[in-house]
Design a protein around this ligand. Sequence first.
Ligand code: ACM
Length: 498
Amino acid sequence: MVLPVVPLPSSFTESPGTFRLASSTRIVVNNDADATASVLANVIAERTGLRLDITTDAAAQGDIVLHRTARQGEHYALRIGSDVRIDGSEAGLFYGIQTLRQLLTTDGDDWLLPHVDIDDTPRFVYRGLMLDVARTFFGVDTVKAFIDRAASLKFNHLHLHLTDDQGWRLQIDSRPLLTERSSTTAALGRPGGFYTKDDFREIVQYAAARHMVVVPEIDLPGHTHAIGLAYPELVEDPVMNDNLLAQSSALGQPLPVAGEPYLGWGVGHSSMKIHSEATWEFLRDVLTELAELTPGPYLHVGGDEALGTPQADFDAFIERVTALTTELGKTPVAWHEAGSAQVAEGTVGQYWGNTEPGDAHADAARHFAARGGSVIMSPSTTAYLDQKYDAEFPLGLDWAALINLETAYDWEPTAIVDDLPAEAILGVEAPLWSETLETLDDIDQLVFPRAAAIAEVAWSQAEDRDWSSFRERVGTLGTVWNAAGWGGHRPAEIVWSN
Ligand code: ACM
């Protein structure tokens, strides 16, 4: 059996023997403020029912030691022998605990951990999941549940897609009509909703306690129909495109109408009024409040599918909005189309094309690197969690691809855009768009197990990745996910434990 851990650690040595957990096993910390001790106690209690004592006394044989080191970063060392010890920064300890959680097994009488020496450090610094809370609004508790799942797989960024044609999801004090009007709708007439500033802070804090940075997105200059319900003077009338017309007709969804809620799935019809200074006053207000609310370094400003915006206007808009974001002290992130423009120095591009980009998409992605920035890889044909597993799967869409677990696993982020230097790839993110989703259970169905595949793409060394090894290891996580009460799909290509 391969080491039952996902994502696979960067280095490990197994040896014979097991550590037996007892009710007398203690968790020993070298710093009583260390929040990771209770993370470990909770993980063990959830799985085994044992509630271990936490102490700052000297460690004795048979204890589990959490040793916070001065070393920064996400590295951890986990040694399991006659006792158990994890060394790392606070983030490192958190990741060591997630690994330990996956290693727990039972022989029917006792809870066991295999003897192993692990030294683990991630390949990419940016490992993200995205949740679209605009097309379907998910409340704070659901976002927290999503964070729990993501953090267990060592994802460290949560991208929240906060605004789209169907709704606006964040309180902005200087623009109260956004929450009064633009937030009240969602796709297909689902209930609207929004996060108050306190809600948003609560999400940010909950994520930070699990070593995740929130990346909020205000999608601009397209995907802005909902803004027009509150401030019609800031948006253009809808511009139809062939794809929108065909899709709306096939789905029986009405076309967008200026000033009325848009509840369909069509894209590319909306645009901010790019030449109006009122638009720029609005954007300064919104992005200033968002920057104040966001401790993380990134603000995502969208940039995708602005099909109704003439190219020169789009480029001028992107240049100005990324400069504004930089001026507010944040690093702009934008979908890769924005790479057509003179983005502000250091802007991060998010590549969402397929795994064989045409020249225009590849050029746009490379341009972020040429401007001193970097690229997050989110190929829609491998990393889009909203795409169906197979044609019969009841949830999700299929416009990019059918993505079974092997497809989600078997791709290499550095092999997609030619001549994009490997060091310009900041990391990997898997987006979950919410057109077809209503509940946390729906989310779980699409996220598990594919997010585990993406986590390994993002964390594990390229030369260590192997589908046959992964398919064995991921099957053992069924038990971990069941114990945590997380749902999900269990595709037949895997043998699942429990
Ligand atoms: C996207 O899927 N429109 C980024």
